[in-house]
Design a protein around this ligand. Structure first.
Ligand code: SAH
Ligand code: SF4
Length: 393
């Protein structure tokens, strides 16, 4: 760990101008919602009940118009409409892959764009959401990593991606009905595996996921939410304590030299530091295993030796290993490992007692697969030199 590595969180704290005009209620925690209602004239005694009612309209039934909130008086509805809005990010485009995967391009305040991917499977439907526009990190195999960080998403923009997808899937229950009376879920899982490093936007990600988990609303179990991090070690314990969701780690290499090149945050928190944090992950148990993501890069990290080292390194950690065949993108400096190589790697892991699913690339025809996300509209690009320097190429 050296101090000279330019991977810091500081750039994220540049204060942004507060939005003018009516306050958007989407993304406020229950406490914050209560505060803004009181500030705007709701009597304190009624505030708790009003929070519950408004919360249910927004997050259980997907209503965006105060006028439709029929258990509130007409006068109160009019007051709310004057002071507040219920806004989710705007869907700019939607592409549907031959395999049913949907990729949405979503516009947020300031004209920035992020991508969101919905992946239907037989027993579940997973929404892959973004936490930042771009990324400060520069993992050398990741398309998002070639795009500069523009800004963190707000909690409203993060939960708003889930709401937008539920709109598109027409999944909100009829007003008055409970979420669990609505039949099998189309959107049953969330993964924070889109653009950005979620642990560099901790508070907003936490607040948004609390909303997703709240029983009087979207109501997804914490076990159905997975946060993937490149290894921001100091925030790992907090993830368990304050969010309580499942954890995935972008592991990708079994020695520091290779990991420094692939996941440069390793220069700040190396494998030993990362593994210590994972061993201490308070929620780690056999029923809640940590997912180790491992991208299969031809001749880079895919030998039998790597597979054996991998199982050695994670000994004692309740884990599953998710092998991700590398997804190519224009100008990518790597190739995907051959099918047989990936299979052989998986066998070694399996024989060592770990589940080792190979992630089937989804939505490749629309560039929706892992690590292919990048908003073409964002011109701020890291220079090739920046990327190579950080990756030590
Ligand atoms: N920033 C977070 C989450 C987003 S990336 C993180 O790095 O964990 C989600 C997963 O896709 C990560 O494991 C990431 O390493 C992997 N990934 C990135 N680019 C990829 C690519 N081109 N092919 C396959 N997987 C990739
Ligand atoms: Fe950022 Fe994750 Fe891509 Fe690395 S893999 S550049 S942390 S989005």
């Amino acid at each position: 760990m050296t101090d000279s590595i330019p991977i810091t969180q500081d750039v994220l704290t540049i204060p942004r101008k507060l939005p003018e005009g009516p306050v958007n209620l989407v993304g406020l925690t229950r406490e914050k919602l209560r505060e803004v209602l009181i500030e705007n004239g709701t009597p304190e005694k009624q505030a708790k009940m009003r929070v519950n009612q408004i919360w249910q309209w927004i997050y259980q039934w997907g209503v965006r118009d105060f006028e439709a909130m029929t258990n509130l008086s007409k006068a109160y509805r009019a007051e709310l409409a004057e002071k507040f809005v219920i806004e989710t990010p705007e869907m700019v485009s939607r592409q549907i892959s031959a395999d049913g995967t949907r990729k949405y391009l979503v516009r947020i305040a300031g004209g920035h764009e992020v991508e969101v991917v919905y992946i239907p499977e037989t027993d579940r439907g997973t929404l892959c959401i973004s936490s930042q526009v771009g990324c400060t990190l520069t993992c050398s195999f990741c398309h998002t990593g070639t795009q500069k960080l523009v800004r963190n998403l707000t909690a409203g923009e993060i939960i708003g991606q889930v709401m937008m997808a539920r709109d598109d899937l027409e999944e909100w229950p009829e007003p008055g009905r409970a979420t669990d009376e609505n039949g099998p879920r189309l959107l049953s899982n969330i993964v924070l595996m889109g653009m950005g490093e979620p642990l560099y936007n901790f508070e907003n990600v936490r607040d948004a996921m609390k909303i997703a988990m709240d029983g009087e609303g979207i109501s997804l179990s914490r076990r159905r939410i997975t946060l993937s991090t490149s290894g921001v070690v100091p925030e790992i314990a907090r993830t368990a304590e304050e969010i309580g969701c499942m954890l995935a780690i972008s592991f990708h290499a079994t020695d520091d030299e290779t990991r420094n090149r692939l996941v440069p945050i390793n220069k700040r928190w190396n494998l030993a530091a990362l593994l210590d944090a994972l061993r201490a992950y308070p929620k780690a148990s056999n029923s809640e295993r940590i997912t180790f993501e491992y991208v299969m890069l031809k001749d880079v990290n895919d030998t039998d030796e790597d597979a054996r080292r991998l199982v050695q390194l994670i000994k004692g950690i309740p884990a599953k290993i998710n092998l991700i065949p590398f997804n190519e993108w224009p100008g990518a400096p790597y190739e995907r490992s051959d099918h047989d190589r990936i299979q052989r790697f998986a066998d070694i892991i399996y024989k060592a007692g770990y589940a080792s699913p190979i992630r089937t690339p989804r939505g490749e025809d629309i560039m929706a697969a892992c690590g292919q996300l990048k908003s073409a509209t964002e011109r701020a690009r890291k220079s090739k030199r920046d990327i190579e320097a950080e990756a030590g190429l």
